[in-house]
Design a protein around this ligand. Structure first.
Ligand code: CO8
Length: 258
């Protein structure tokens, strides 16, 4: 399907979704977030897709929610539309892994979108921030909650209260991103990571995603029980037998997602 604000390519079991509003630093408006929800839903349903990568441009992953669109709205508009809740909840329903490949600005809703992905690979040009305070508002799609879990209270408060940006090196040091690479290598690195994930048993992949995400939602005791039970459950799959046999026979496993 053709989109106004996204470019989607599916190749080699990877759906690459590029945010494409170059005139507005990929600012997230209703059209873009609606299209993103649609593209992610389609990729999740498509049997050919085993991993998803979301990226932006060299200049901006996304410089936040679209300020022009928001500036025209009042409380009742925002409340009645439950502004951006349906679109962001669609992203959270995706069961396949999503990697954010971030170069340039990831600000406000852009930083929040990256944090909603399963992990972030950053170019050395990346700049993260929650500058909503400069607009007289606060983060609205998870920034106060997720950034705090990623980088801790002190740094999250600093970012949200001062509106300052964090460079890629600080973001890696603080646990916001999983790795930093030179900008020229960003897409190779992200696509290689996605290919590695695509080779695995998609049953284990989905279980990993559910189990790690569960650690944010529950107590340690309940999370450990969940992990132990899904670990036991995987012993009823052909892919567990194949993975362990392949190791013992010193060959590469051929997973069949069964
Ligand atoms: N919205 C709309 N347009 C934008 C945005 C944005 N967030 N960011 C940049 N643009 C536009 C500019 O207006 C400009 O357009 P034009 O050429 O037509 O004037 C174009 O992109 C290029 O931007 P600049 O000329 O400003 O480029 P610079 O290189 O000088 O600066 C910056 C780049 C630093 C990224 C700067 O553009 C900037 O500060 N942008 C705003 C960043 C920001 O405040 N983001 C937070 C927005 S609020 C938010 O994300 C809330 C999320 C939660 C919403 C959930 C609701 C429930």
């Amino acid at each position: 399907m053709a989109y106004q604000t996204l470019i989607v390519d599916i190749d080699n079991h990877i759906a690459l979704i590029r945010l494409n509003r170059p005139d507005a630093m990929n600012a997230l408006n209703s059209t873009l977030l609606g299209e993103l929800a649609d593209a992610l839903g389609a990729a999740d349903k498509n049997d050919k897709v085993r991993c998803i990568v979301i990226t932006g441009s060299d200049k901006a992953f996304a410089a936040g929610a679209d300020i022009k669109e928001m500036s025209e709205k009042g409380f009742v508009d925002m409340f009645q539309a439950d502004f951006f809740a349906p679109e962001t909840e669609a992203l959270l329903r995706v069961r396949k892994p999503i990697i954010a490949a971030v170069a340039g600005y990831a600000l406000g809703g852009g930083c929040e979108l990256a944090m909603m992905c399963d992990f972030i690979i950053a170019a050395d040009t990346a700049k993260f921030g929650q500058p909503e305070i400069n607009l007289g508002v606060v983060a609205g799609i998870g920034g106060t909650q997720r950034l705090t879990r990623f980088v801790g209270k002190s740094k999250a408060m600093d970012m949200h209260l001062t509106g300052r940006f964090m460079d890629a090196e600080e973001a890696e040091r603080s646990g916001l991103v999983s790795r930093v690479v030179p900008a020229s290598k960003l897409m190779d690195e992200a696509m290689t990571a996605a290919s590695k994930i695509a080779e695995k048993s998609q049953i284990s992949v989905k279980v990993v995603k559910e189990a790690v995400n569960r650690s944010y939602e529950t107590t340690l005791r309940e999370g450990l029980l969940f992990e132990r039970r899904v670990f036991h459950m995987l012993f009823n799959t052909a892919d567990q037998q194949e993975g362990m046999s392949a190791f013992l026979e010193k060959r590469q496993p051929q997973f069949r997602d069964q």
